[in-house]
Design a protein around this ligand. Structure first.
Ligand code: CP
Length: 323
């Protein structure tokens, strides 16, 4: 049977997400996350084929709207859209009519009327994805909104761990660094705990959110202690663009205390996974020895991003529209 028909059969069996938007993992159930991870596995199989293309979203139009820089998220959404045969356009905030004073709502309503059914948006303002979702009929996928959430990153991180470990339940995940300003941390804190993982955090107290207890995670000042018996250590990028000055004395001191190095993870499990969402500041957040070492899954995370985003587009848009 030609590969294409085989995937049609797989797609027919997939139950769709019963939601218009993907705005954050705080509002998504464990069942929905499981559906996305299982669908991502089928999508990863498509990615491993010589011809990475299925007609699952033929005739569906999507917009990538990025008001902040991105390499991984933007490239993987664009590839996911191509592999699924959708028609996609990309607009960068800096070259859009935003600079002439057009509002976000007007921008999207003007492209929605052209036939756009899904908007993937990255924006510096927390809550902007929710605002947009309430004001347009198109599905909205949050590709990172300020300090709030980055749900597709959380999903791809969970998918990477799930693929490597075979489960998420009862794994100990240590998240290190700038939790306060990190939308990646928030999505992972919500998502991983919903899936039964035990999450702990470490970093300078000034880079912890004031409501860290509300997430139900334990905070460790000492990274070596936080990483004890860990199955996964995830270093975060210092979100300098969102930080006030003076939150920690110097980069050198940050690297000494919270840079993920072989010594800091010496009490973790032997089969530990080392993660970083990227872009990495080597020598500050993570040593090159670990980032490029055998336990690192940093590049797998980037590859997982395509599979997860293919799955999400399919599950939200509901497949090919019959004429
Ligand atoms: N991890 C992540 O969101 O990377 P980009 O900013 O390059 O998209």
């Amino acid at each position: 049977m030609p590969g294409f028909l085989w995937y049609e059969e797989v797609f027919k069996q997939v139950q769709m997400l019963r939601r218009k938007d993907m705005l954050g993992l705080e509002e998504v159930s464990a069942e929905e996350i499981t559906l996305i991870l299982e669908t991502s596995r089928s999508m990863r199989e498509i990615m491993q084929r010589k011809i990475k293309k299925v007609p699952a979203l033929r005739g569906r139009s999507v917009l990538n709207l990025f008001y902040e820089p991105s390499t991984r998220t933007k490239a993987s959404f664009e590839l996911a859209q191509k592999y699924m045969s959708s028609d996609a356009v990309s607009v960068a905030g800096s070259s859009s009519s935003l600079v002439k004073g057009e509002t976000l709502k007007d921008t999207v309503r003007n492209v929605e009327i052209m036939g756009i059914e899904c908007v993937i948006m990255r924006h510096p303002v927390s809550g902007s994805a929710h605002y947009l979702a309430h004001n347009v009929e198109a599905s909205v996928i949050n590709a990172g909104d300020g300090m709030h959430e980055h749900p597709t990153q959380g999903l791809l991180d969970m998918f990477t761990i799930w693929e490597k470990k075979g489960r998420l339940e009862n794994l100990k995940v240590t998240i290190v660094g700038d939790i306060r300003h990190s939308r990646v941390a928030r999505s992972n804190l919500w998502g991983l705990q919903k899936m039964g993982a035990k999450v702990v955090v470490s970093g300078p107290p000034t880079l912890m959110p004031p409501d860290i207890n509300a997430f139900g995670v334990k905070y460790y000042h000492d990274l070596e202690e936080a990483a004890e018996e860990a199955d996964v250590v995830m270093a975060l990028r210092l979100q300098k663009e969102r930080q006030e000055n003076g939150l920690f004395p110097s980069m050198r001191e940050y690297a000494q205390l919270y840079g993920v190095t072989p010594q800091k993870i010496s009490r973790a499990k032997e089969d530990l996974l080392i993660m970083h969402p990227g872009p990495m500041n080597r020598g500050i957040e993570i040593s090159s020895e670990l980032a490029d070492g055998p336990r690192s899954v940093v590049l797998e995370q980037a590859a997982s991003g395509v599979a997860v985003r293919m799955a999400l587009l399919y599950l939200l848009l509901g497949g090919t529209k019959e004429q």
